[in-house]
Write a protein that binds this ligand. Structure first.
Ligand code: AMP
Length: 410
């Protein structure tokens, strides 16, 4: 088995990795770090939870440390673009963690907060900048940031950036960075636009694909509960009555829905908070910190707000609403089962959501086992859905014994 030392990482990085208690590289790390150290471009099909942040941060840190030069005022040597502020913050934290013995400089740039500190941080030049595209371009347009010294460019979660309408911003960034550079592009899904972007951006890239959709989904114990729309609230209370659910991430389709669900949970004395795009950066950060520290048990989120949030120990993902895009389902349930752990994903499905369930099952290439043994089971929704269902691969788990992973399944 490959070790981090086999990957020819320098001692300060090995020490940092050891301090994080990483024992062996994940597949994407073992497969890509050697190529990235050689300066190759990369086209990676990988989602969060695969260890991809360390897979790019470690070799980038090593290359920057090997040749310490000043970027120059308002400039950076490595630029990482990410779709959301949460993800940008986490990538920045990862660089800091892995690079703590190297003495490189870095900052994170994102919208929704005052730009003054960000402009000040970069005024003398930095080794690494992690940014969301919009704010980065704002600063660039004001002449507060220049991109002409970028040696390494990372586009993380490129498909999400596209979904969020950042394609023009990305093209502007690409036009402003030097032609000679190393470029890494990561995307969880591979729609045509991503293939086109890769084609026009990468030079002879190494291609890797890790944890194809089905593999991640298989590690997670998934269940679907058919329920009338108006009973979802009561069902959530019922499910959360199980103390085995330590830390649950609940997904709703809308921001209002997220607020409503969090408020209803608080009413029945379940500590909960919501994160979504209408909340201030401070409120979102507070909710995430509370969730991480265990001060709240349930975090209710919309898809975009939950992008990239990296919280260990999420025991359950609950889809209060099913997403209409199957890929979102895969992203959502991937929040549990991080880096090899296992987890449980529970989905509520009402009659209107049956087509979504069908789409999801096609993508994950398996039927999600049905739990009927709950007080709000809706036979109509179940019957109609079942007419088109392929049989479950394993027997449906029973309600008895709680909602935690049943010992018999793994
Ligand atoms: P990512 O896919 O980058 O979001 O990483 C997912 C999680 O895996 C993070 O919590 C990392 O701290 C963790 N991680 C990354 N690499 C390793 C490793 N080699 N061994 C154990 N955990 C890791």
């Amino acid at each position: 088995m490959t070790t981090f030392a086999d990957l020819k990482l320098i001692e300060p990085l090995l020490r940092a990795v050891q301090a994080e208690n990483y024992e062996t590289p994940t597949p994407i790390q073992a497969l890509t770090i050697p190529h990235l150290l050689e300066g190759r471009d990369l086209f990676g099909c990988a989602q969060t939870g695969t260890g991809k942040t360390a897979a790019f941060a470690l070799p980038i840190l090593q290359r920057l440390a090997a040749n310490k030069v000043a970027a120059g005022p308002r400039r950076m040597r490595c630029l990482v673009l990410a779709p959301t502020r949460e993800l940008a913050g986490q990538i920045n934290d990862s660089f800091r963690t892995y690079g703590r013995f190297l003495g490189l400089t870095q900052t994170v740039i994102f919208g929704g907060v005052s730009q003054n500190n960000q402009a000040r941080a970069i005024s003398r030049g930095l080794d690494i900048v992690v940014a969301t595209p919009g704010r980065l371009l704002d600063l660039k347009n004001q002449g507060l940031v220049h991109l002409d010294r970028v040696e390494v460019l990372v586009l993380d979660e490129a498909d999400r950036m596209l979904d969020m309408g950042f394609i023009h911003d990305i093209r502007k960034v690409l036009a402003a960075v030097p032609h000679r550079r190393q470029t890494l592009l990561y995307s969880a899904t591979m729609p045509t636009e991503i293939a086109k972007l890769a084609e026009s951006t990468l030079r002879d890239p190494v291609r890797v694909e890790v944890t194809p959709v089905a593999t991640t989904a298989e590690r997670i114990d998934q269940r679907v509960l058919f329920v009338n729309h108006e009973n979802k609230r009561a069902l959530l209370g019922e499910v959360l009555a199980d103390p085995a659910i330590g830390r649950a991430l609940v997904f709703t389709r809308t921001k209002h829905g997220a607020n409503r669900v969090a408020e209803q949970l608080e009413k029945i004395r379940i500590r909960a908070d919501a994160i979504h795009g209408n909340k201030s950066q401070n409120a979102r950060q507070r909710a995430l910190d509370d969730f991480r520290a265990g001060r709240i048990r349930v975090l209710v989120a919309t898809d975009i707000a939950a992008r990239g949030i990296d919280i260990d120990g999420i025991t359950h993902v609950i889809n209060y609403d099913l997403p209409n895009e199957p890929e979102s389902y895969v992203h959502r349930i991937g929040r549990t089962a991080r880096a090899g752990a296992t987890g449980v994903a529970i989905s509520f499905c009402d009659a209107t959501e049956r087509p979504y369930l069908r789409g999801i099952e096609k993508v994950i290439r398996q039927a999600v086992p049905v739990v009927e043994d709950h007080p709000y089971h809706c036979p109509e929704a179940a019957r109609a859905a079942n007419s088109n269902r392929s049989p479950a691969r394993r027997p449906p788990p029973s309600r008895r014994g709680g909602w935690s992973r049943s010992a018999s399944t793994r």
